[in-house]
Design a protein around this ligand. Structure first.
Ligand SMILES: [Cu+2]
Length: 126
């Protein structure tokens, strides 16, 4: 009886482990690797574009940006067709000095879940 119970428990535990999302088992929920400019970077002029690099392939979802006052700054974004580890966000040409928060949203293809984050950067006054 004891053996039967133990083996059933084992089967259940094994089943749970298989059903756990890959990222949780591997503790790799976070797919953000780095960005240019990096989070909290202070740059001396408009960087014109932000490049975000991920550790695992992602599919594009969305990106948006606000200034220090919370106003929306229009941005254009995309993931290069042949490069699913990078997301590019183009900034307005007339982006002036100030602090900005760029939010990104992606779908992590190999993990089967969405992910998002923020990159804050500051353009120094001349
Ligand atoms: Cu994951």
């Amino acid at each position: 009886m004891m053996t039967m119970a133990t083996s059933r428990l084992g089967m259940v535990l094994f089943g749970i482990m298989i059903l756990l999302p890959q990222c949780r088992a591997a503790k790799a929920w976070e797919v953000y690797d780095h960005s240019t400019p990096y989070d909290t970077e202070i740059v001396s002029s408009n960087p014109h574009r932000v490049e975000i690099t991920f550790t695992d392939p992602v599919a594009f979802k969305d990106a948006s940006m606000i200034d220090a006052a919370g106003h929306d700054i229009p941005v254009r974004f995309g993931i290069p067709e042949d490069d699913t580890l990078d997301m590019l966000v183009w900034l307005p040409d007339d982006l002036g000095p100030g602090s900005y928060t760029l939010s990104w949203y992606v779908y992590v293809t190999s993990h089967g879940h969405p992910d998002s984050g923020e990159i804050r950067f500051t353009i120094k006054a001349p």
